[in-house]
Design a protein around this ligand. Structure first.
Ligand code: GLV
Ligand code: MN
Ligand code: MN
Length: 422
């Protein structure tokens, strides 16, 4: 069906994005809405108000995931879900996550404006803690919902100040009463910024990922021996920070040493006691390894883990390693990808096939139901930074693709559930 006359309201989408960007706004033009912080609460409050303004049926589950349902004509048919997340990185960008939630909100407003009724219900979602920056790991709202993560394990995760996830969820008033567990879903869409440079380089408007790379997270704890820096000779020191420095470079060279498609990063480090005149005795750092090939990422970890143990032994430090989190790569639904490309062509937007190097709740949703994503270009390929930006025109283009994709799926009448059983 040709829908090219049907489009979202660009000015209205810009307005909701700008209003949301005021919550946790930073001086550099970004936002800081760490998971379960006061700013996360304010963003949720505004989102929930907007859901009620649209007369949606609002539910909040025990992980704080927020859903807004627009009833379809046929209650037997399973719903289409679309959304993303409103939490951010420290000094993060205004678009990461928020575009997918506000984009879906704009789609629902457009459908209501035009009095379009769909066969299936459409559910908008804001997932809790997609970023995993304050509370590791990432994507825990969708992770528990899909059955991949245990609720109580997530409840007991702590931030750097020792605050428990569950306590913070209750504190901000978003520990809902509805069980967080998967229900039959027809399909899941997530609209997001690309967070990389490929679309801009190729001068394309829409990215269509064939899936998301695997994500492996590790935590490394080193213990050496503290001492006065002046009188203590260089030889015989057990400097935990120097051991960490060697290890970090081993992570940085890992993709080169392994070959193939892979990235590896140390993004977080804590040094104790962090005084310029004390030899460091305790260091914690994180490791993030991603690849489109799960086995390749595991082999890389085996190699670098051995490197870590050798370095720790040579420097007389003890080492403890936690294998914190793994999500396998997620190949998306081919039929949905085809439909998105068809819509993109019909709307006249040039598209690019790609792989998502960033993690998304779509990874866990892909384990439950057919899933696909739509990407908008990131200016200069910058993301997870305050200057993260996407033009309003590109925001609108992606939302138009989302509108038609949701309408297509929500009007498919097949009764049989597409719920995946694996
Ligand atoms: C999520 O933001 C990620 O780490 O890719
Ligand atoms: Mn995101
Ligand atoms: Mn992010």
């Amino acid at each position: 069906m040709k829908f090219s006359y049907l489009h979202v309201n660009e000015g209205r989408l810009q307005n909701t994005l700008e209003q949301m960007a005021k919550i946790g706004a930073t001086s550099g033009g970004g936002v800081q809405r760490l998971t379960l912080s006061n700013e996360d609460k304010l963003a949720r409050d505004l989102f929930v108000k907007w859901l009620y303004d649209l007369n949606l049926e609002v539910t909040i589950d025990e992980m704080g995931n927020i859903f807004g349902k627009q009833q379809g004509k046929n209650p037997i048919l399973h719903p289409v879900i679309s959304g993303s997340h409103l939490d951010s990185q420290p000094k993060g960008g205004r678009f990461d996550g928020t575009l997918g939630v506000m984009g879906t909100l704009e789609v629902l407003k457009t459908i209501q404006d035009l009095d379009l009724e769909t066969e299936r219900s459409i559910i908008i979602v804001n997932w809790t803690n997609e970023e995993g920056s304050r509370f590791a790991p990432a994507m825990v709202g969708s992770g528990v919902w899909s059955g991949a993560l245990k609720r109580d394990w997530v409840y007991n995760r702590k931030d750097i100040d020792g605050k428990r996830f569950e306590d913070e969820l209750s504190r901000i008033g978003y520990k809902g009463s509805i069980p967080c567990q998967k229900r039959p879903v027809y399909c899941y869409y997530e609209y997001h910024i690309e967070q990389g440079p490929l679309l801009e380089r190729a001068k394309k408007t829409i990215g269509v990922p064939k899936g998301i790379v695997c994500l492996h997270w590790y935590d490394v704890y080193l213990e050496g021996e503290a001492n006065q820096v002046g009188p203590t000779p260089m030889e015989g020191r057990h400097d935990a920070l120097c051991a960490a420095a060697e290890m970090i470079l081993k992570v940085n060279t890992l993709p080169n040493r392994m070959g193939g498609n892979m990235v590896a990063t140390v993004g977080e480090i804590q040094n104790h006691p962090n005084s310029r005149n004390i030899i460091p005795d305790k260091v914690h750092f994180t490791v993030d390894i991603r690849s489109w090939d799960d086995d390749h990422a595991l082999s890389a970890w085996k190699l670098v883990r051995q490197n870590f143990e050798d370095i720790a032994a040579r420097r007389g430090c003890t080492i403890r390693i936690e294998e914190t989190w793994r999500v396998d790569r997620s190949p998306f639904d081919k039929k949905m990808i085809h439909e998105i490309k068809t819509i993109t062509d019909e709307l006249g937007y040039p598209h690019l096939d790609m792989i998502s190097g960033a993690g998304h709740d779509a990874s866990y949703m892909n384990q439950v139901c057919p899933t696909a994503m739509i990407f908008a270009p990131s200016m200069s390929g910058r993301s997870h930074v305050e200057i993260e930006n996407t033009s309003w025109k590109d925001c609108e283009a992606g939302a138009n693709v989302l509108l038609h994709a949701i309408l297509h799926s929500a009007n498919e009448k097949r009764v049989k559930s597409k719920l995946r059983t694996h």
